[in-house]
Ligand binder design. Structure first.
Ligand SMILES: C[S@@+](CC[C@H](N)C(=O)[O-])C[C@H]1O[C@@H](n2cnc3c(N)ncnc32)[C@H](O)[C@@H]1O
Length: 237
């Protein structure tokens, strides 16, 4: 293993360990089952952005005969390592790619974006979500911190490694329309404060944006008057 790979693995954090990823593994089994039914297909193609060290994902994939897999990461040595280690897996492929700057391959059913967006600036999050929307993929499973009340910008500074803050994808400025489903993805013995969630969205994404005029949907409020709804759903991201 090269020094660059060792360095990359240092920044992956505990969330990428097999122990931490029990919940997301169960979620992924479930999601794949549901997506196969929804798309009426017998196998699915997953695009994993970013794939990181493949610690938990390779274990997951070993148990599925019905998944074609593309893992991507910005660290070329990490990808080279995966290509060597998993060369016997003919339906797993690996791409060294900066997901923000380079075009994404098309022909995917599910994009998985676990534990990446919280390391990006808000404008880059929106840019990447827009790329996911335009990729032709059908579903997105992405980490969101649903309990967070207010999103903040990523701190800038000299050290860029490990930069992190929580991001809730359903509140401004990202404002995605609600997920199809949310599940837990937390550490063993899950302490609530650390819990984040893989959210499943249909692609292309929809965004909840303020309307210029409040919309009156005529929803009866305890039998008297109507509720004015001052937000609406934009149909593409
Ligand atoms: C916290 S890890 C998450 C890995 C994996 N999704 C998981 O669940 O274990 C974040 C990964 O994002 C990769 N990364 C950061 N910026 C990227 C970019 N612009 N394009 C592709 N990968 C990127 C890093 O190299 C690192 O491997």
């Amino acid at each position: 293993m090269s020094n660059t790979v060792r360095l990359a693995l240092l920044f992956l954090g505990p969330g990428s360990t097999i122990q931490y990823s029990q919940e997301v593994t169960a979620v992924l089994h479930n999601v794949i089952g549901q997506v196969k039914v929804a798309l009426r297909v017998s196998r699915v193609h997953i695009m994993d952005i970013p794939c990181g060290d493949m610690a938990w994902m390779s274990r997951f994939l070993e148990t599925r005969e019905d998944v074609d897999y593309t893992g991507m990461d910005i660290v070329p040595d990490l990808i080279e390592n995966h290509r060597k280690k998993f060369k016997h897996k003919t339906n797993w492929r690996f791409l060294a790619l900066d997901a923000l700057e380079e075009p994404l391959p098309n022909g995917t059913d599910i994009i998985i974006c676990r534990m990446m967006l919280q390391h990006l600036f808000l404008s880059d999050i929106q840019r990447l979500l827009s790329k996911f929307s335009q990729s032709g993929a059908k579903y997105l499973l992405a980490t969101t911190f649903s309990r967070l009340q207010k999103n903040s910008e990523l701190a800038t500074g000299r050290s860029t490694s490990g930069r992190f803050r929580q991001v809730n994808l359903e509140i401004p400025p990202v404002s995605l329309a609600p997920t199809l489903c949310l599940a837990r993805d937390g550490p063993p013995g899950n302490s609530e404060g650390q819990c984040h969630f893989p959210g499943l969205w249909r692609l292309p994404l929809k965004q909840v944006v303020p309307c210029s005029r409040p919309q009156n949907f005529g929803i009866a409020k305890f039998g008297t008057g109507n509720i004015s709804v001052s937000a609406c759903v934009r149909w593409s991201f």
